[in-house]
Write a protein that binds this ligand. Structure first.
Ligand SMILES: [Zn+2]
Length: 470
């Protein structure tokens, strides 16, 4: 009997040995358990230090080489690599952010937002998806690489790079790392947060499984508009010109003007892929957007999420006047405009035509935030092919398409330095769990547990293809 028990225990241990685990404080945990622990390390933007130290310790315990990269004002950044950075190897970087957005009204959460509750096959809490869930999938694969390649001579390094304040784009996060550690990191490829795969988004083929790998970002150009016009002040006598009136007239021109649709390489590729999956005239129009401009453009304008990939956008996000009193005429009006430019748009040309549409030289236009120009990363590199191959291995019926993201994230900072960057998350969101996406930056954020291991395996395969190409 005793022999049988021992045999059972040995077998049990052997079968467990196949499960991937991460070491923490002398115990071994599965990816979702580590994610649960990480969620419990509160890290709202600007207060990442404690969570960052916890994560750094975790990496250290799993035999990664650590390089601290700044910890001012509550921020915390570090890299954790398979080989020491000082060896100067070309580096494949998995970029992620430690910070999370605030939780809003925590009474609206089913489980406390920092509990990391594991329930119903999901891990719950702020950051479960964005970006702690994605980061733990990356980390699992980097730790796997240490175990696989520790004694091999690999021609590149593999690094997990955790930074602060991606959500607020403060100075102490990725920008700080780029300013102070870019050469040391020696990146040849950066993989950052991006879209997961989806099933069931296309009406004509609900079984279609599509993975977008982001090769480009639109570029934010945020503007402040100010108009100052001294007036008599009392609302009973309407002056011929006053700041609110001038601003509203000018704004109505810029916001009602249609931005031209531009068929550039990165956005037409997506249309062409969709075209292959459609039938009839819809298919022809999508496959040949230039030739079918006439019917395609009005259709595209009906879909803001698609339109945002086809044109520059101009969105009025705030209007304020000096006073907020009904019978007082303010002398100054301010507006904020969120413009997003396609990668090929020249900022100065854009600003010139923007000011022309405003048609009011008294309005002062200031750029309050912008990112440097960045060209799309090529989708013909060995890296891209290996990503595509690895996704197809995990999800055999998947279509992998290069896409552009309408929003900006930290990856863009590396791209603006000429580094090849791809953003994607190799997990598949099926129609049953479609709401995973709607809970990001919202109440009850979660990630299904079985997605995590699949994501890790896909990254593992990608790295394997680079080490031993088929
Ligand atoms: Zn994020």
């Amino acid at each position: 009997m005793k022999y049988l028990i021992v045999l059972f225990l040995v077998l049990k241990k052997l079968s467990f040995a196949q499960d991937f685990t991460i070491k923490n404080n002398g115990n071994y945990f599965k990816i979702h358990e580590i994610l649960s622990q990480y969620i419990q390390q509160k890290s709202i933007s600007g207060n990442e230090k404690a969570a960052g130290e916890w994560l750094k310790n975790l990496c250290e315990q799993n035999d990664l080489f650590i390089t601290p990269m700044g910890d001012k004002d509550g921020n915390y950044n570090f890299s954790a690599s398979v080989r020491p950075l000082k060896e100067g190897l070309p580096n494949i970087i998995f970029l992620n952010h430690i910070d999370v957005v605030p939780v809003g009204d925590s009474s609206k959460w089913n489980y406390p937002p920092f509990s990391g509750m594991i329930m119903d096959g999901k891990v719950w809490g702020r950051g479960a998806f964005d970006n702690k869930g994605a980061a733990m999938v990356q980390l699992a694969s980097v730790i796997q690489s240490v175990r696989n390649y520790k004694n091999n001579k690999i021609p590149f390094n593999i690094t997990f790079l955790a930074v602060s304040c991606e959500e607020t784009q403060c100075e102490g996060g990725a920008s700080y790392v780029l300013k102070n550690h870019f050469e040391e990191l020696n990146p040849v490829l950066v993989i950052g947060e991006g879209p997961p795969g989806f099933k069931g988004i296309l009406e004509s083929d609900t079984n279609l499984l599509m993975f977008g790998v982001s090769v480009a970002h639109k570029r934010p150009l945020w503007l402040k508009l100010e108009l100052e016009l001294p007036t008599s002040g009392h609302g009973s006598v309407t002056p011929l010109e006053y700041s609110n009136k001038g601003m509203v007239i000018a704004l109505s021109k810029v916001v009602s003007e249609d931005q031209p649709i531009e068929f550039i390489e990165v956005n037409t590729q997506l249309l062409k892929t969709l075209g292959k999956l459609e039938n009839g005239i819809k298919s022809s129009a999508l496959k040949h957007p230039h030739a079918f401009k006439g019917i395609l453009i009005p259709k595209l304008r009906e879909r803001p999420e698609v339109l945002s990939l086809m044109s520059n956008t101009v969105t009025l996000t705030s209007i304020q006047s000096e006073t907020n009193t009904v019978n007082l005429i303010p002398t100054k009006t301010t507006a904020l405009i969120d413009c997003r430019l396609l990668p090929n748009t020249d900022k100065n040309n854009f600003l010139k035509s923007f000011k022309k549409s405003l048609d009011n030289d008294s309005i002062k236009v200031t750029v309050i935030y912008e990112t440097p120009p960045m060209l799309p990363s090529s989708d013909t590199t060995l890296f891209y092919h290996s990503i595509s191959k690895s996704i197809k291995k995990s999800y055999p019926s998947a279509e992998v398409v290069p896409v552009m993201m309408p929003s900006f994230n930290d990856v863009g900072l590396f791209r603006s330095k000429g580094v090849t960057c791809y953003s994607y998350f190799p997990i598949l969101i099926d129609s049953e769990h479609f709401n995973t996406i709607t809970h990001i930056h919202n109440y009850d954020e979660f990630i299904p547990i079985n997605y995590l291991e699949m994501g890790k395996n896909t990254y593992d395969e990608f790295l394997r293809l680079l080490v031993n190409p088929d």
